[in-house]
Design a protein around this ligand. Structure first.
Ligand code: MN
Length: 489
C-alpha cells in the first residue's frame, strides 16, 4: 500500500467511518491514481498529488467518506478519459453527483466585475445543491493557491482575484475563518506585489520584538489567572495578524503601523461561557481597557456566526494589546465553521457533549440557519434543511454558463432560445442551433443549472413563432412577437 494512501486513511481513522466508507476511499484513490497516471502539473510533480492534497484537506475538515472520494475523483471527468457513466457504476449516484457539482462550478470564471461577485457566490451555492460540493471546491482552490507560483503570470492574477473576491468570502460566509484567511493571504502577493514586500518587512521587524513582549504579557496573565481557580483556562495562544487583514486595517489608518494594536493578539481558551466574562473582568482589573475597543461577539455574534470576546487594553510598557477570549467550542466553530457540525457528530460520545447536547445542537442550528439566511431568505423548513445539508434557495431559478465562463440567471425550464436572448437580442434573433455541454440539442431542450450553453447563429436566420410554444422568459417572448410583426408589416 502506498504511503500517501496510508496518510489519508490515518486522517480518517479515529472517526466513525465504517469499513465500507474506508473501502470507498481506497477504491477512489486507486481509480484517480490510474486515471491521472502520467499527467504532470506545471510544477512537474504528478497531477495526482493535487487531487490527493484536496482529499486530505477534505478529510481534515472531518467530512464523510463520500466527500473524500469525490475529492479524489474531482478532476477525472474534466481532465481524463473517465466517463460519468463509469463513475456512476463504480462509485454510485452520490459521489458522481458531488463530482459533477464541482465540475460545474469550476466552469464559472470571474473576470473582475465587482457587481457580479455577489451574484456569482450565490450561483456557486445554488449550482452546488449539496454543501459538500462547496467544501471540495474550496479544498481544491486552497491547493491550487498553495501552488500558484508555477502558473503563468497572467493566469496567476486572474485566479488570485477570483480567490480573493469569490472563494475567500464564500469560505468566510460558511464560517470557515481559517480557510478564508489563508486564501486571502495566498492571493495577496499576486494582487499587491509591491505592498506585499513593504508589509512583509515591516511585519518582520515588529514581530521580532513583539514575541519577547507577548511572552512577558502571557507570564503576567497566567500568574494573575492562577489566583482565580474558579476560572477554568484550557490554554493561552498568541496569533499573529495575517498580512491581508493587516493591509485592510492599515488602509483605514493611513498606513500607520503604530496604530495597529492587534498585530499580535493573545487568545485565551476557557471552559465555559461564564469563564469568558470572568476572564475579561480579570484582564480589565489588571490593565485599563481602551475606550470603544470591547467587543462582545458572544452576545452579538458576527453574521457568519463568529463568537468571541475582544478587548484592547493599555498593557505592559503602556502598549495597547488585544485579547480574545472564547470557549473551545466557539474556537472550533470560528475556525472550521459548518464542518464543526461533523466534528460534533463525532464528539457525541464524550461526556461533555452528552451534557451539553441540547445547547450545542441549538447553537449549531441557529448559526447555520442565520448564516444561510443572510444569503437568501428563502429556506422553507430550516430543520429539514439542516438534516439534508442541501442548499435549495433557488428552486425556481437556474444558472447556466457561457463558453467564456459567465453565469446567466434564468427561470427554471428555460431553453437555449431564452439563453440566447438573455445574452443579446441579436443572438436570439439569429439563433439556429445550440450545444449544451458540447452536445447538439433541440432549441426546446430544457436547461439545467450548471449547463454550459453555446449558441450557433446564422446571419439570415429569423426568429420562429414556433418558439413561442416553449420559451420561458418575457424578453424572448416579446422579441419573437415583435420581430414577426415587423416581418408581416
Ligand atoms: Mn482540481
Amino acid at each position: 500500500m502506498s504511503s500517501q494512501l496510508d496518510r489519508l486513511l490515518e486522517t480518517v481513522q479515529k472517526r466513525n467511518i465504517d469499513g465500507s466508507g474506508l473501502d470507498l476511499i481506497r477504491r477512489a484513490y486507486i481509480r484517480a491514481e490510474n486515471e491521472h497516471a502520467g499527467q504532470k502539473r506545471k510544477s512537474g510533480e504528478p497531477y495526482f498529488n493535487h487531487v490527493f492534497e484536496t482529499a486530505l484537506t477534505v478529510a481534515q475538515w472531518q467530512l464523510d467518506s463520500t466527500a473524500i472520494a469525490a475529492a479524489l475523483l474531482h478532476d477525472t471527468l474534466e481532465d481524463t478519459s473517465y466517463r460519468e457513466e463509469e463513475m456512476r457504476k463504480e462509485f454510485g449516484e452520490e459521489v458522481t453527483f458531488l463530482v459533477l457539482g464541482v465540475t460545474k462550478i469550476s466552469r464559472l470564471k470571474y473576470r473582475g466585475n465587482q457587481a457580479q461577485a455577489e451574484t456569482l457566490k450565490k450561483m456557486i451555492l445554488a449550482i452546488s445543491q449539496d454543501i459538500r460540493v462547496v467544501f471540495v471546491k474550496l479544498a481544491d482552490r486552497l491547493h491550487n493557491m498553495r501552488t500558484l507560483q508555477y502558473v503563468l503570470p497572467e493566469k496567476q492574477k486572474r485566479i488570485a482575484l477570483e480567490t480573493n473576491e469569490i472563494y475567500a468570502p464564500l469560505a468566510y460566509r460558511m464560517g470557515l475563518g481559517v480557510v478564508s484567511g489563508e486564501l486571502e493571504d495566498l492571493a495577496f502577493p499576486y494582487l499587491h506585489p509591491e505592498i506585499y514586500q513593504v508589509l512583509k518587512k515591516k511585519l518582520k521587524s515588529h514581530l521580532e520584538h513583539g514575541e519577547v513582549y507577548i511572552n512577558r504579557v502571557k507570564t503576567k496573565l497566567i500568574e494573575t489567572l492562577d489566583r482565580h481557580p474558579q476560572i477554568k483556562v484550557i490554554r493561552i495562544d498568541s496569533r499573529v495578524k495575517r498580512i491581508s487583514s493587516l493591509h485592510k486595517k492599515l488602509k483605514r489608518l493611513d498606513m500607520d503601523m503604530n496604530q495597529v494594536h492587534d498585530l499580535i493578539a493573545l487568545r485565551i481558551i476557557v471552559e465555559k461561557v461564564s469563564d469568558c466574562y470572568a476572564t475579561l473582568g480579570v484582564i480589565h482589573n489588571l490593565w485599563p481597557p481602551l475606550p470603544g475597543c470591547i467587543k462582545d461577539y458572544i452576545a452579538l455574534p458576527k453574521p457568519n456566526g463568529y463568537r468571541s470576546l475582544h478587548t484592547s487594553v493599555i498593557c505592559l510598557d503602556n502598549q495597547p494589546t488585544e485579547f480574545q477570549i472564547r470557549t473551545q467550542e466557539m474556537h472550533y466553530e470560528n475556525e472550521y465553521g459548518i464542518s464543526a457540525y461533523w466534528a460534533y457528530q463525532e464528539a457525541k460520545e464524550s461526556k461533555d457533549y452528552q451534557e451539553n447536547k441540547a445547547i450545542f445542537a441549538n447553537a449549531l442550528h441557529a448559526n447555520w440557519v442565520n448564516q444561510l439566511k443572510a444569503w437568501q431568505d428563502k429556506i422553507d423548513d430550516p430543520d429539514e434543511f439542516i438534516n439534508s445539508l442541501k442548499i435549495d434557495f433557488f428552486k425556481d431559478r437556474i444558472f447556466v454558463i457561457t463558453p467564456r465562463g459567465e453565469a446567466i440567471d434564468l427561470p427554471a425550464g428555460s431553453t437555449p432560445v431564452d439563453f440566447a436572448y438573455a445574452i443579446h437580442s441579436d443572438i436570439g434573433d439569429h439563433c439556429f442551433g445550440a450545444k449544451v455541454n458540447n452536445r447538439m440539442v433541440q432549441l426546446n431542450h430544457e436547461l439545467q443549472s450548471g449547463d454550459m450553453v453555446e449558441i450557433l447563429t446564422q446571419k439570415n436566420k429569423k426568429p420562429s413563432t414556433a418558439w413561442l410554444q416553449f420559451v420561458k422568459t418575457r424578453h424572448a417572448r416579446e422579441r419573437i412577437k415583435s420581430m414577426n410583426k415587423e416581418n408581416i408589416a
